[in-house]
Each structure stands twice: as structure tokens, then as C-alpha cells.
Design a protein around this ligand. Structure first.
Ligand SMILES: Cc1ncc(COP(=O)(O)O)c(C=O)c1O
Length: 356
């Protein structure tokens, strides 16, 4: 279907656009969306851009009962001269199709996925905000749309893409977060869905995250589901800790999402000649390092916030303040370096951005 023409139906009425300074995260949507359908006998068909709007869904629609779905999240950035760039879209295409396989959802042609994003962003290009720190969030989604009760893969699917102009993910911006390390709930176990970008993982995370928020924390740090000992992810971000000269991040062993920002961060750190380990790191090792004064920096990586400094970790009632609760120099350098590439303010030697 990659050679199919994408049909474009433009919205008759355009919505008012928010001012850059009023942008929050995920509460405003643009004028158009991309849609394609799947039926067993036809494959994926009728790729189209149409006015943003609700879908009529039969109450028996499979996704509403069994959660067979996936999504992605990437961003378009407007540079100073107006150029619009996607950040590492190819990586998101690959992850979308990997999640599809895990969720027994039929894969889409990679070229069509990419064209769905570039075409839609182009149609709604006036919606890409321009202040640094703002961007147009792209949310591709697939849902099992067959009206059917019974646990088996659906025979019909809906692929759609919506766009949302966004400001900072955390209202506090790049301010260091307060994180609760939890061992009474787990997010994922190896062999489960942890490495797939599917709604079930987020549903599984809500209760623990709400509990932590009520206690005054920004998010939780998940430990592994078996030993409840090794650090996994922080909220919906990958985690990195700097202990002495070593930067450590958990390996991709099936429980954590293979983050595109994680991959970009590791590439930069290696390019800068720093010592990077993808290895298990126990919470006890982190506590000990803090005790010795060698836990220098901790940060999360993810599309929404890019790099998010952790200023405080709480574990078993003990509070560990990191770098005096301030953003560390390496965390700041990573944030600045990635943001500069995203907005076209720095060279992009590895071709991470795609201009639209
Ligand atoms: C659970 C989880 N981990 C990590 C990430 C970071 O991934 P990426 O850098 O691709 O945005 C995300 C999503 O953004 C996520 O939802």
C-alpha cells in the first residue's frame, strides 16, 4: 500500500491556535488527523488526511475490552528560520512495527508510516509552535477496531495519527524532579509487555504514580519485577545514573522501552569519550554511591521532556538529594546538545532530523 495516494480532505473550519506561552502538554489538537483502515481481506487501505474528529465505535470494539493497541510519540520542531524537523522518525517507525508484532497487530509499510507523519505535519504546519521548548507532538495509534467479544487478535484495525502543539511536559520545566523508588508495585517483567509501547503498560503504572504524587513526588522509579532490586525506568522515561566517572543505564532486556532519546543520549556520551555501561544497577548500589558521595547525577530520557534531571530519590523512607537538588553539568550538556540538534541550532552529523 506504500504507493497508494494519500487522500486529503481539508477542514472547513480552522480552530484558534494557542499562544506559545500558554502551551501545556497534550490538551490541544490540530485541525486534521491521518487515518487508515485494516481488514483481513484488504490489508491496510484508504490512507487519508481528514478533519480532526471523533470515531463512532461499537460498544463491542475489541480494543475497549482487551486493550489490543499500540502507540508512538515523536515531535516536530520549528527552527529559527522556520524549518520544520522531525527527530529520528525512522527509529519511531521501527519501534511502531516492533510493538505491532508483539501485540499481534499487522505491521504497516514503514514508508507509509513515515509518509503519514510528514504529510499530516505538512498539512498542519502552521500549528508547529516556534519558541524553543515548544514543539508539535505526533501521536500515531493503532486500535483493534473489530466489534467482537472473545480473546483473540482482531481482524480489523484502525491506524490514526493526531497532532498536539505542546510546551514543557513537566510544569516545572527542566527543574529537578522528586522521585519515589517503589518496590510494592511493578511495571513489567521480562517476557511481558514492558518493551512494547502499548496502553496496558501505562494502565499498569497509574496507581503507583498517583500514590507517589499524593505523597508529593513527581514520579516513581520502577524496580525490576522479579527481584525488586534493579532499577528499570523512571515514570515514562528511561533512567541514567552517573556514579563517579561511569554513566550507567539498564540494558534492553525486555522490561523497559527502548527509548529513542536513550539511544541518542548514549550515542552522544560515547562520542564525547565518556564511560557508558548498559548494565543492571541495583538500588543498593545507588544508595551506597550516594553514601560515598559518588552519585553525581541522575536523569531521565524521553521524547516528552528530552532530559529530566532527578534532584531527589526517596527509598524506604530515606531521602537522597542529588547534586544539591540542582541540575548537574552533564545533564545540562545533554539537554542543550539534543535540543540544539532538534531546533537546527547545531550540526546534525548523524542525520537524526528529517526536514519537512
Ligand atoms: C515507558 C517509557 N519509557 C521510556 C520512554 C522514552 O522513550 P523515547 O525516548 O523514545 O520517547 C517512554 C516514552 O516516551 C515511555 O513511555
Amino acid at each position: 500500500m506504500s504507493s497508494d495516494a494519500i487522500r486529503i480532505t481539508r477542514a472547513a473550519n480552522k480552530k484558534d491556535k494557542p499562544k506559545d506561552k500558554d502551551l501545556a502538554f497534550g490538551n490541544v489538537f490540530t485541525d486534521h488527523m491521518f487515518v487508515a483502515d485494516f481488514q483481513e481481506e484488504k490489508g491496510w487501505y484508504d490512507p487519508r488526511v481528514e478533519p480532526y474528529g471523533p470515531f463512532p465505535l461499537d460498544p463491542a470494539t475489541a480494543v475497549l475490552h482487551y486493550g489490543q493497541s499500540l502507540f508512538e510519540g515523536l515531535k516536530a520542531f520549528r527552527g529559527a528560520n522556520g524549518t520544520i524537523r522531525l527527530f529520528r522518525p525512522q527509529k519511531h517507525v521501527e519501534r511502531l512495527n516492533r510493538t505491532a508484532t508483539r501485540m499481534t497487530i499487522p505491521q504497516l509499510d514503514p514508508e507509509l508510516i513515515l509518509r503519514s507523519w510528514t504529510t499530516l505535519v505538512d498539512v498542519d504546519r502552521d500549528w508547529v509552535p516556534s519558541s524553543v521548548g515548544t514543539s508539535l507532538y505526533i501521536r500515531p495509534t493503532i486500535i483493534a477496531s473489530e466489534p467482537f467479544l472473545g480473546v483473540r487478535p482482531a481482524k480489523e484495525y484502525l491506524y490514526y495519527v493526531i497532532l498536539s502543539p505542546v510546551g514543557p511536559y513537566y510544569p516545572e520545566g527542566l527543574a529537578p524532579t522528586k522521585i519515589k523508588v517503589i518496590d510494592n508495585y511493578v511495571r513489567a517483567v521480562a517476557g511481558g509487555l514492558g518493551e512494547a509501547k502499548t496502553s496496558a503498560n501505562y494502565a499498569a503504572s497509574l496507581y503507583a504514580a498517583e500514590e507517589a504524587k499524593h505523597e508529593g513526588f513527581t514520579q516513581v522509579l520502577w524496580l525490576d519485577g522479579v527481584h525488586r532490586k534493579y532499577i528499570d525506568e523512571v515514570g515514562t522515561m528511561n533512567i541514567m545514573v552517573k556514579i563517579g566517572d561511569e554513566i550507567i543505564t539498564p540494558p534492553l532486556t525486555g522490561t523497559i522501552l527502548p527509548g529513542v532519546t536513550r539511544d541518542s543520549t548514549l550515542a552522544l556520551l560515547r562520542k564525547w569519550g565518556l564511560t557508558v555501561s548498559e548494565r543492571q544497577v541495583s538500588i543498593d548500589e545507588v544508595v551506597e554511591a550516594h553514601g560515598r558521595g559518588t552519585l553525581e547525577e541522575v536523569w531521565g530520557t524521553g521524547t516528552a521532556a528530552v532530559i529530566s534531571p532527578v534532584g531527589e530519590l526517596a527509598y524506604k523512607g530515606k531521602k537522597m538529594v542529588i547534586n544539591g537538588g540542582r541540575i548537574g553539568p552533564l545533564t545540562q550538556r545533554l539537554y542543550d546538545s539534543i535540543v540544539a540538534i532538534q531546533y537546527g541550532q547545531a550540526p546534525d552529523p548523524d542525520g537524526w532530523t528529517l526536514t519537512i
